[in-house]
Design a protein around this ligand. Structure first.
Ligand code: MN
Length: 453
């Protein structure tokens, strides 16, 4: 299963926007992506490169669901199931990504410079593969990588799995072999952004998501397996003793501090003859969804321990896809919503604000969520404050020395003891005739209710 097969599917559904106008990798493509951030765009005429650029592939929930062939309600269950029952992918020798094998030259790829004060062009959709220290299986994770020159990148390693594997190699004074795959099916991207326990191979999760249709192929100069249908694979080593400064925009839409990070030296490139380069706008919806969705699934599963039905979990875009959640539940007793809040905070330690609503409120529509707060929430009894808890280092308002934050929980569900009618939203019956008129007007009326909210 490949990125291009999914792009073809999107094209048939009229969801792929082809940009014929010339655009530069330096700020221009990023500016267009920012303006149309939930669309999938294919830039066919890139000023600096023959390679076209695609971006926005995982930019909406609906598109991710389409790629995984599930409904929005089934999504979290599917992700949890794939993490619980991963499947080992087949290994093949003949692979589309092996069409061209050549020496490394990053200047041939249309790598975007995004924001004003970013330190340079960054690869933002690269999945980095490395072998586990025991040699059994591989880790796969997404990292931002700053282009330093034709064959070197600075890689941002937060203290997670790849950081740990690199640390062990560094302690032995050895370089760590890595392969960077670019241009991948959404299931592979999502699996690489999920955090199964250390030692679990994310590509086995991806293969479970793809119903056993993922194939891997060996690299040329490093001992690593990569998706056989990737567009481009960069092979290299993270050097044990070299660091470079890098800085770019994070998921919070804020500039990160300048950091010294490890350097990758590339040794080889494998690619398709007519490869497409996949970009991803930092802090855009795609960034937020890829990071947030696996966390939403974890919150969903955890809240399911305290209430029988969890309809939706929304790590909101305004909350950086990471810090704020709206959770819709069906509650049995009046204390359930507070237990749901506690379960959510336990499942996602970075969570700072959580709002629980009933299932008649759309958790993805913040106007409806505010309506629930206005009509079903009393701060005196429905507010939970947890001062001085561990929060996210991404939040600049948290205590920068200790990382402590105050967590806020809001129970905006209607009280069960009160008469139901008091909290019922008025509805207008839609007779078939009215439905017809509404449908007929849709093309003429530019702003519908959904669009203006
Ligand atoms: Mn991992």
């Amino acid at each position: 299963m490949s990125l291009r097969s999914f792009l073809q599917e999107l094209e048939k559904a009229n969801e792929l926007i082809k940009v014929k106008e010339e655009a530069s990798v330096k700020h221009e493509i990023a500016a267009v992506l920012k303006e149309y951030e939930t669309s999938v765009m294919l830039f066919e005429n890139v000023k600096e490169s023959k390679v076209p650029v695609v971006a926005g592939v995982c930019g909406t929930r609906g598109r991710i669901c389409r790629a995984l062939n599930v409904s929005e309600e089934e999504l979290y269950g599917r992700l949890i199931e794939a993490m619980r029952a991963p499947k080992r992918p087949k290994v093949v020798k003949e692979a589309p990504v092996r069409e061209v094998i050549e020496g490394p030259d990053l200047s041939k790829l249309p790598i975007l410079t995004h924001y004003e004060r970013d330190m340079g062009p960054y690869i933002t959709s690269g999945v980095v593969f490395a072998k586990f220290p025991d040699g059994r299986g591989q880790n796969a994770s997404i990292h931002r990588m700053l282009v330093l020159d034709r064959n070197r990148l600075a890689i941002r390693l937060v203290p997670r799995h790849l950081y740990y594997i690199f640390k062990l190699a560094k302690e032995r004074g050895e370089a760590l072999e890595v392969a960077i795959a670019i241009g991948l099916h959404p299931a592979v991207m999502l699996a690489a952004s999920s955090s199964p326990p250390f030692g679990r191979d994310e590509m086995e999760v991806a293969n479970a998501l793809l119903n056993d249709k993922l194939e891997l192929t060996p690299c040329e100069k490093v001992d690593i397996l990569v998706p056989s249908e990737a567009e481009v694979v960069l092979e290299g080593r993270i050097l044990p003793d070299v660091e470079a400064e890098e800085r770019m925009v994070d998921i919070t839409e804020l500039y990160d501090v300048v950091r010294k990070q490890p350097v990758i030296e590339l040794v080889n490139v494998m690619r398709r003859e007519d490869c497409i380069y996949q970009a991803l706008l930092p802090s855009g919806p795609e960034h937020k969804l890829l990071m947030g969705l696996p966390r939403e699934a974890m919150i969903w599963e955890s809240v399911l321990n305290v209430v029988p039905k969890v309809k939706a979990v929304n790590l909101t875009a305004g909350g950086c896809g990471w810090l704020h959640a709206v959770i819709s539940i069906e509650k049995q007793t009046d204390g359930d919503a507070k237990n749901a809040l506690l379960a959510a905070f336990g499942a996602h330690p970075s969570l700072k604000l959580a709002i629980v609503v009933d299932t008649d409120v759309n958790a993805y529509d913040l106007r409806e969520v505010e309506w629930a707060l206005a009509t079903r929430f009393q701060a005196g009894e429905d507010l939970v404050l947890i001062p001085r808890a561990r929060g996210s280092t991404l939040d600049p308002s948290a205590d920068q020395e200790t990382g402590l934050t105050t967590k806020v929980g809001m129970d905006a569900t209607k009280p069960l003891r009160e008469p139901k009618e008091r909290f019922e939203r008025a509805a207008i019956p839609i007779e078939p005739r009215a439905a017809e008129v509404i449908e007929g007007l849709r093309k003429l009326v530019t702003r519908s209710k959904a669009e203006s909210s």
